[in-house]
Write a protein that binds this ligand. Structure first.
Ligand code: FE2
Ligand code: FE2
Length: 468
């Protein structure tokens, strides 16, 4: 088989013998990993998948039945911008780097490895979901997300192999050796070590955690290291689908819940096999808060350094006025002696918080869509995002207790009210009890509404997965 058939790419792999050898060597390990720890079951089924075969719009339109282990994981960079210069930090307006600058090698490697590690981690977390899919449409979407996370791993490994020599090859091996949730060799970031065993959590993950991914990628898309900027730009086009799965998935659950609320004489949707709005709110509180942690500390010298060096910018840096960010500050409530005190933090040290702000706004838009659905059913309830201080494990609010409104509170009261705000064991048991597979074409589980349209113009009854 020709190389471009095995590894479709727009990085002239055929002309780079060294890179070719490194990737060809890595590919069997990747496939071994996929078969061992990728989606459980369905590996022999034909899945109606979208494959990227080029970066133009027609390359994107490629849909066909593919067995997942035969998916063509490719390497694509967004087209180069001729004469691109660095857009921020101390190196602003220098020509963007085509190679890794020696003095930033370790910082860049850490950035790339941290991003890379989340990609296989999420495949591992989601591996058991296929068994309980609420419809064939959803089953197909799960696998689309999974193969694309696999491709994101390829995208990052390309950077490691292509630009970090032997160290990079070792990091690429290590990416296949760590395991989500393994006590001895866990994935790097906390949120990527919890299994995702129910579909409500899957939609929450793709809504909130994949959206963290979007903002990390937007910040890296500004990088002065041009191959990283171009790689992440293309990844963003795939990430959009993952968030679509999450946002519309939750919207469909909300819709079904509202329908059932109108049917249940006393409004008890659980008696009709639905997920009550109060439980949905608790899942939102949980997944939103663990995803906020992924942005890192509110006051961060690492973030300042990444920005100063021109390695990681802000989302849509071009729209910012001052690309040096040396003079500004960011005002935030900082815990001090049990109270919150407003403090001015030098802007560069607050870059994680700046990125978190953009992320929060984006989530808010999604929540408003869900609330529109609730309002359309004439139901007096609104979902909301909790305060950014609620339930945090990382940053200045970690280890402290806050209400979902962000008010400091004592341990005793928090413990007493915890189950009002976060999913309790009985809530989780209930949600898990609903997870019965429904995978005949056109059918759908009772706790979720059907999608408003199918994939690539196909109807809901389409056979999105040809079960083997
Ligand atoms: Fe990804
Ligand atoms: Fe994703």
């Amino acid at each position: 088989m020709q190389l471009h058939e095995k590894i479709p790419n727009n990085v002239d792999l055929a002309g780079d013998r060294k890179l070719q050898r490194a990737l060809e060597h890595w590919q069997p390990s990747f496939l071994e990993w996929w078969k061992q720890i990728g989606p459980e079951g369905f590996q022999a089924s034909g899945v109606y998948l979208r494959t990227a075969i080029s970066v133009d719009t027609t390359g994107w339109a490629h849909f066909d039945y593919v067995k997942m282990p035969e998916y063509r994981w490719g390497i694509f960079l967004a087209p180069a911008e001729p004469g691109r210069s660095i857009g921020f930090g101390d190196n602003a307006s220098q020509t963007a780097w085509a190679e890794v600058p020696g003095e930033y090698r370790n910082l860049l490697r850490r950035l790339i490895v941290t991003q890379a590690d989340t990609e296989p981690a999420s495949v591992e977390q989601q591996r058991r979901l296929g068994r309980t899919a609420p419809s064939m449409y959803d089953l197909r979407n799960l696998f689309q997300v999974n193969v694309e996370e696999g491709r994101h791993l390829w995208a990052m490994v390309y950077l490691l192999h292509g630009h970090f020599g032997r160290d990079g090859r070792e990091e690429a091996e290590a990416l296949l050796a760590r395991r989500s949730g393994d006590p001895d060799r866990p994935r790097i970031l906390g949120a990527f070590n919890a299994p995702i065993d129910d579909w409500l959590s899957f939609y929450m993950f793709t809504m909130f955690t994949d959206r963290d991914g979007k903002y990390q990628l937007l910040a890296l898309a500004e990088s002065g290291f041009d191959p990283l900027a171009r790689t992440t730009r293309f990844m963003l086009t795939e990430e959009a689908h993952h968030m679509f799965v999450g946002e519309t998935g939750i919207r469909r659950v909300v819709k079904r819940t509202c329908e059932l609320m109108r049917q249940a004489p006393d409004g008890d949707v659980r008696s009709l096999g639905g997920i009550d709005l109060a439980s949905l709110q608790k899942y939102v509180n949980f997944w939103y808060s663990v995803s906020l942690d992924l942005f890192g500390g509110e006051i961060s010298s690492n973030a300042a350094e990444y920005f100063a060096c021109g390695l990681k910018g802000r989302a849509n840096e071009k729209a910012c006025e001052d690309h040096l960010a040396l003079s500004g500050s960011y005002r935030m409530p900082v815990p001090e002696g049990g109270r919150l005190v407003e403090k001015d933090v030098p802007l560069r040290n607050a870059m994680n918080e700046v990125l978190r702000d953009a992320y929060i706004d984006d989530n808010q838009r999604g929540v408003e869509m869900w609330n529109k659905t609730i309002a359309e059913h004439g139901i007096d309830f609104r979902l909301k995002l909790p305060s950014r201080r609620f339930n945090r494990r990382i940053g200045i609010y970690a280890g402290l207790l806050f209400t979902p409104e962000g008010e400091p509170m004592a341990r005793e009261e928090f413990d007493r009210r915890r189950d009002e705000w976060l999913p309790s064991e009985p809530d989780r048991d209930y949600v898990r009890s609903l997870m019965q597979p429904v995978i005949e074409p056109g059918r759908i589980a009772g706790w979720i509404a059907p999608p408003t349209k199918g994939i690539n113009g196909k109807p809901l009854e389409f056979e999105y997965v040809r079960l083997a």
